[in-house]
Design a protein around this ligand. Structure first.
Ligand code: 5AD
Ligand code: SF4
Length: 441
């Protein structure tokens, strides 16, 4: 039988990257082969993001290019999935002729079935209902040969309804995967040579809320720590309101848990945080940061900030700048507020003009660059544990890897180091990476 190829275009966050890996694993089980060349594909899947308008525009502009491919290859099937598919449903067909089927965020495990129905019936499909239980993928997504690091989804959905955010409407209510299933997957990954896992969820700190048996995120982490062969544990994303003292203590007590936490603050103004429905004050956030740094002085703290939320005054914005100066994040993602259909913030008056949003964004990015550079320079002379990923893109004689705090380090070394943990003395801190010298294995 002729080999059938799939091409997957992924937009958005780590959650989507992982969802695409799962789609690939499922369809490979069905005999498809993954290709990086869309012109060769028999099936093209779009895994889309809808968190900000920019992501939405990008998906549609790429999709527009497929019309030509379809003219050349009339048998080509195009599936449109992910958050934007969930959001638009049947409306996708109105916007883009090239699409053959639409599958929402709860339908990844049903892809083979949906694809078979569309292939046989040649009928357009729209699958966007939510299920009340988390759907098991049913297959193990094996890591690529030599892959050291893997994502593991531990939950889906979100119950927080931050007023700007569309995620709860598109990914449904929060549901946790049973711990045995997660542990089994990580054991298998470790057997395949994976040394580092990143646990994924919209708010991993509230893992277990809907599970019988009393498992919570801390107990899950403790069970993962015991898995043989695994060397590093990471997780993302954390909600500050659910970050417990017990979890903070794990940064001291669990040796595999890496010294990095992504803890989105969103704003430094209590007035804005309230309107965002975040459930904490700036003071409470700062107290958690202080506790994290007391328990684990080398911890790297990264965050997200939104500028230009409706009604954000110059004073509110200045409070965000002041908070950043006080906390000094290791790195920060900053975004211009983007109005999303169906969210509470859409009904708020007083939009911030686009030019002012842009000005605030640029200023925050420059401030953060200064902080990141200072943090990276301060590491010069220190010795870091680096998990070596492979040869560097920029030089044949360099290897590259990451510190436990998620910083990229480049250093002279041979290819045999790939997959090993080495000690590297940092000789130079740049804005986006560190340079170092290996001191031993
Ligand atoms: N506009 C701008 N940024 C947003 N985020 C989520 N929704 C919006 C929006 N409507 C940002 C938040 C979140 C990150 C993943 O995306 O900062 O933490
Ligand atoms: Fe969106 Fe808030 Fe849920 Fe994060 S916690 S996914 S920002 S609603």
């Amino acid at each position: 039988m002729k080999t059938r190829y799939i091409y997957i275009a992924t937009f958005g966050c780590q959650m989507n990257v992982h969802d695409s890996e799962q789609m690939a694993a499922l369809l490979e089980e069905e005999g498809y082969r993954l290709t990086q060349d869309s012109a060769r594909a028999d099936v093209i899947l779009f895994n889309t993001c809808s968190i900000r308008d920019k992501a939405e525009q990008k998906a549609f502009s790429e999709l527009g290019r497929l019309v030509k491919l379809k003219e050349k290859n009339p048998g080509l099937l195009v599936g449109f999935g992910g958050c934007l598919a969930q959001h638009l449903g049947e409306g996708v067909y109105k916007r883009e002729k090239a699409v053959d089927f639409v599958f929402g965020t709860h339908h990844i495990s049903r892809l083979p079935e949906i694809l078979a129905a569309v292939t046989n019936g040649k009928k357009r499909a729209v699958e966007t209902c939510f299920f009340s239980e988390i759907q098991s993928l049913g297959v193990f997504a094996p890591p690529a040969p030599g892959e050291l690091s893997a994502f593991v989804s531990i939950m889906q959905g979100c119950d927080n309804y931050c007023s700007y955010c569309v995620v709860p409407y598109l990914r449904g209510p929060e549901m946790s995967r049973p711990p045995e299933e997660i542990l089994e997957e990580i054991r298998k990954l470790a057997c395949c040579g994976v040394k580092e896992v990143t646990l994924l969820g919209q708010n991993v700190n509230s893992y277990g809320k809907n599970l019988a048996g009393g498992c919570n995120f801390v107990s899950l982490l403790k069970s993962i720590e015991a898995i043989q062969g695994l060397e590093r544990i990471r997780f993302t994303t954390s909600h500050p309101k659910d970050l417990s003292d017990d979890l903070i203590d794990c940064f001291r007590s669990l040796s595999k848990l890496c010294e990095h936490i992504h803890l989105p603050v969103q704003s430094g103004s209590n007035r804005v945080l309230k309107r965002m429905n975040r459930g904490y004050s700036v003071g409470e956030y700062c107290a958690k940061v202080e506790r994290l740094r007391t328990v684990c002085p080398s911890i790297s703290i990264t965050s997200d900030v939104i500028v230009g939320f409706p009604g954000e005054t110059a004073k509110d914005y200045q409070e965000t700048v002041d908070m950043m100066e006080k906390i000094r994040f290791d790195s920060l993602f900053s975004f211009k507020y983007s109005e999303r259909k169906g969210t509470a913030a859409r009904t708020f008056n007083d939009p911030v003009p686009e030019a002012e949003k842009q000005r605030r964004l640029k200023e925050l990015q420059a401030l953060q660059d200064r902080h990141t550079q200072e943090k990276n320079s301060a590491l010069e002379g220190s010795v870091q544990e680096v998990l070596v990923e492979g040869p560097s893109k920029n030089s044949d004689s360099d290897m590259t890897g990451r510190t436990r705090a998620w910083r990229i380090v480049n250093f002279k070394g041979g290819r045999e180091l790939a997959g090993k943990k080495v000690k590297v003395e940092i000789t130079r801190g740049f804005l986006h990476s560190l340079r170092g010298r290996m001191i031993n294995r």
